[in-house]
Design a protein around this ligand. Structure first.
Ligand SMILES: [Cu+2]
Length: 395
C-alpha cells in the first residue's frame, strides 16, 4: 500500500536515532579491514576484503571500514559461503538476509529492503564510539549498510569463537563472490602480522588498479554489431566485472546507430554487481530516489495490509520492527514495450546481473530504437548507480 513518498535523505537520520554512544574495551590486536576500495585508474572498485584471509587469536578485533556500499557479515562457524548465501541471502527472495525482498502482500509483488540485511545486528555495539560487538561463532553478526543511514562504515567486532575454528565474512550486497576467510588460530600459534597484511593488500590493490584500467579501455572502445534483417543489433554493457573488479560505466558510453536498429545490453559478465538500463535518464533518477516507508503491524503473512507511517519523520514506526522501506514499483521490474519511440518513453531492463536470478537474471536486454533522437541522443542511466550514464544517438 502506497501512502507517501520520501527521498533517501529522509532516512539519514533514522539510524542516528537508534545508535547510542558507549565506551569501548581493549582487545589483543585490532586488525583493520577495508571492504571494497574505489580505484583511481577507471570508474571502478576493487570488490575485495582487504585482506582476503586473516589469522587471528580469540579476543582479537576486526575493524571494518568502507567508503562504499557494502556489509561486513560474519557467518556462523562451519557454514560454507555459497551454501549459506543460497539458503539465506538470495536477493529477490524472502530469505532472512536477502537485500531486496518481495512484499508478498502486494499483487503484483513490490519490493522492499531486507531489514536484517541493511540494519546492524545490534544498534548498541560495533559503531564509532561504541564497544565492539562480540562474535562467538554461533550466529550471524552483521554490520548493516551504514552508509545508507549513518555515514561510512566504521564497525568493530571481537572474535570470541573457539581457537581452531574458521569462518567467512561476506557482503550481502555483492554476492557470495565478495568474501573474507578468518582463521582463529591457537593462542600458541602466530596470528597475521599487520605489516605483512599491508604489503599483501598493496599488491592486490596494484593488481586491481591495472586490471581495471585495461578492462575500462577495452570496453570503452567496443563498437560491435551483428545484422538482423535490414538492421543492426549493437552490443553494449551495463557495467563489466572481472575476478576482483567492478567497472561502473556504460560501455560504450555513446553509440551512434540508425533508426530501426537495436541495442543489446549484456549483463552476463557481472559477478558482483546488479545494474539497470533505464531511459530516459531524468525519469530514471526520480524512480531511483523514491523510497516509501510503511508500517506492517502483522508482517507479510498477517491479514492486515501495510499501514501509513506512524510518524512523518524517522523512525516512522512506533515499533521499528514493523518498518518496511519499499522501492518504487518501477525500480525492480522490466518496464516498457521494448521500443524507444521518443524522448519521454520510459523503458527499463529492470534489475539484472550477478545477484538477481530471482529478479531479472543476467539475460541480455534488447531495446529497439524506432525514432530519431536529438543530436545529444537518448540518455539513460543505471538506477542502482545513478552516476552510470550512457546515450544512444539515433539518426
Ligand atoms: Cu559489497
Amino acid at each position: 500500500m502506497k501512502t507517501r513518498t520520501i527521498v533517501m535523505v529522509g532516512l539519514l537520520a533514522l539510524m542516528a536515532t537508534l545508535v547510542l554512544p558507549a565506551t569501548g574495551a581493549g582487545a589483543l590486536t585490532t586488525y583493520d579491514v577495508e571492504v571494497g576500495k574505489f580505484l583511481t585508474s577507471a570508474p571502478a572498485e576493487s570488490m575485495r576484503f582487504f585482506p582476503g584471509t586473516i589469522d587471528v587469536h580469540k579476543g582479537d578485533t576486526l575493524h571494518f571500514t568502507t567508503e562504499s556500499f557494502h556489509t561486513a557479515t560474519l557467518l556462523p562457524v562451519g557454514q560454507g559461503v555459497v551454501d549459506w548465501y543460497d539458503a539465506n541471502a538470495t536477493p529477490g527472495t524472502s530469505q532472512p538476509y536477502g537485500l531486496i525482498q518481495p512484499d508478498t502482500e502486494d499483487t503484483p509483488n513490490t519490493y522492499k529492503f531486507g531489514n536484517l540485511a541493511i540494519f546492524p545486528t545490534s544498534s548498541t555495539c560495533g559503531g564509532s564510539g561504541q564497544p565492539a560487538c562480540s562474535y562467538d561463532g554461533t550466529t550471524v553478526v552483521n554490520s548493516g549498510v551504514s552508509v545508507l543511514f549513518d555515514g561510512p562504515m566504521d564497525w568493530s567486532v571481537t572474535v570470541d569463537a573457539a581457537p581452531g575454528s574458521s569462518f567467512w565474512v561476506v557482503c550481502l550486497i555483492h554476492s557470495a563472490n565478495m568474501r573474507m576467510k578468518v582463521n582463529v588460530v591457537a593462542n600458541t600459534a602466530p596470528a597475521s602480522d599487520p605489516a605483512a597484511l599491508d604489503t599483501a593488500n598493496a599488491q592486490a590493490l596494484a593488481q586491481d588498479t591495472a586490471s581495471a584500467a585495461a578492462l575500462n579501455a577495452k570496453y570503452s572502445a567496443k563498437q560491435t554489431w551483428h545484422t538482423k534483417g535490414a538492421h543492426r543489433v549493437w552490443d553494449a554493457w551495463a557495467g563489466v566485472d572481472n575476478r576482483h573488479v567492478a567497472l561502473y560505466g556504460m560501455y560504450p558510453r555513446t553509440l551512434h546507430i540508425a533508426k530501426g536498429d537495436t541495442v543489446q545490453w549484456h549483463f552476463d559478465s557481472l559477478t558482483f554487481e546488479d545494474h539497470t538500463v533505464t531511459f530516459p535518464s531524468d525519469k530514471a533518477v526520480k524512480i531511483a530516489n523514491v523510497f516509501d516507508p510503511a508500517c506492517d503491524p502483522d508482517g507479510d503473512t498477517g491479514p492486515l495490509p501495510d499501514g501509513p507511517p506512524d510518524t512523518m519523520d524517522p523512525p516512522f514506526c512506533t515499533d521499528p520492527t514493523q518498518l518496511e522501506i519499499h522501492f518504487s514499483p518501477n525500480f525492480v521490474p522490466k518496464l516498457g514495450n521494448g521500443t524507444v519511440t521518443g524522448q519521454r518513453d520510459l523503458e527499463s531492463s529492470g534489475v539484472r546481473g550477478a545477484n538477481s536470478s530471482e529478479l531479472g537474471g543476467d539475460a541480455n536486454y534488447n531495446l529497439k530504437f524506432g525514432a530519431a533522437s536529438s543530436g545529444t541522443g537518448f540518455k539513460y542511466i543505471c538506477m542502482i548507480h545513478t552516476f552510470m550514464r550512457g546515450r544512444v544517438v539515433v539518426r
